[in-house]
Design a protein around this ligand. Structure first.
Ligand code: ATP
Length: 334
């Protein structure tokens, strides 16, 4: 049985490798420097494989993104640029980058072997407690706080983008900076993407996004982790988006019976329609539910609903990956 406790293993803050000033290598063959191994995961944009650097024997991850259109290449270049500035133990680190100059780019990333957080916590041998949830949420907020300190918005905070460093430890890292944006508070930034269940009302309404846009998503992730319920989920994306814009949710379900008032207070200070009123990442770290010096409830949580949630997301992910493949196939005439 695996219980999560707060003792951090030695080397917790050590980076996986020395920070690297990555520049995209154009027209170079990745296979000359790296050997590719099994697939680790797939998203809307990329397919990720385990790989090994020939020179050092270091194990890493290679994320391949099809870049048929000039915009696709620009997007990956932006992802590289953003990752170069993000050097923090709670954030996935960039090691190398390639552009074949034709249809594909590849990011070489730190390898994270513990799998997705939500997949791990639904394992039968993992004891999910409220305390474990607060330990994970604290680390998410540490990562987000650092990003915001660098003026970067993640804009795609969702369970699939939170990975466990190992199969047995309690450390997590945020991944996927494909939708991240540099934020200039003096300029208006609007975005038209994200996952309906997790995006903030201002994204659905195509209004200005800010640091607080990520904080809404942190609130949704935390709500799901504690209860297995998705607070704004409707029968269709349209219905979900309508629910998000109303920002109406509750803690009435029996899953919340055992959850502490502090945890509910934490979530209710994030799921607020008016972004200005939401807690910042720093406010979250100072909230009693996340503070390290506070005693937290070790109540074991029922994972039945969370398992259902993860299975539904797995399906959704498979459908998205299929649609993405179909789209690419259509463009390159496969
Ligand atoms: P999305 O559809 O969420 O935008 P994407 O196409 O941008 O996804 P990623 O989220 O970066 O792709 O990666 C897809 C999946 O691959 C992740 O959900 C994760 O399971 C796995 N993965 C990504 N990076 C790593 C890594 N560095 N180490 C191990 N597994 C990884």
């Amino acid at each position: 049985m695996i219980y999560v406790d707060e003792t951090e293993p030695d080397g917790e803050l050590e980076p996986p490798f020395e920070p690297r000033n990555v520049a995209v290598k154009k027209g170079q063959d990745i296979k000359k420097e790296y050997t590719l191994h099994e697939e680790l995961g797939r998203g809307k944009f990329g397919t990720v494989y385990k790989c090994k650097e020939k020179l050092t024997g270091r194990c890493l991850a290679a994320k391949f993104v099809i870049t048929n259109r000039a915009e696709d290449r620009k997007d990956v270049e932006r992802e590289v640029e953003i990752m170069r500035t993000l050097q923090h133990p709670r954030l996935l680190q960039l090691y190398d980058a390639f552009d074949d100059g034709k249809k594909e780019m590849c990011l070489i990333l730190e390898l994270i072997e513990g799998g997705e957080l939500f997949e791990r916590v639904i394992d039968d041998d993992f004891i999910l407690t409220e305390k474990a949830c607060s330990i994970f949420t604290r680390q998410i907020c540490e990562g987000v706080e650092y990003m915001h300190g660098q003026n970067i918005l993640h804009l795609d905070m969702k369970p699939e983008n939170i990975l466990c460093v190992t199969r047995t430890g309690n450390r997590i890292k945020l991944i996927d900076f494909g939708l991240a944006r540099k934020y200039d508070p003096t300029k208006k930034l609007q975005v038209l993407f994200g996952t309906p269940e997790f995006v903030a009302p201002e994204v659905v309404n195509f209004e200005m996004v800010t640091y607080k846009t990520d904080m809404w998503s942190v609130g949704v992730v935390c709500y799901v982790l504690l209860s297995g319920l998705s607070p704004f989920m409707g029968d269709s994306d349209l219905e979900t988006m309508a629910n998000v814009t109303k920002a109406v949710y509750d803690f009435d379900d029996e899953s919340f019976e055992k959850i502490s008032a502090e945890a509910k207070d934490f979530i209710s200070k994030l799921l607020i329609k008016d972004g200005d009123q939401r807690m910042s990442a720093q406010d979250c770290l100072d909230h009693p539910w996340l503070r390290k010096d506070k005693m937290r409830k070790d109540t074991q949580l029922d994972k039945t609903r969370l398992k259902r949630f993860v299975i539904r997301r797995r399906w959704q992910k498979a459908v998205n990956a299929f649609l993405a493949l179909k789209r690419m196939g259509a463009t390159i005439n496969l």
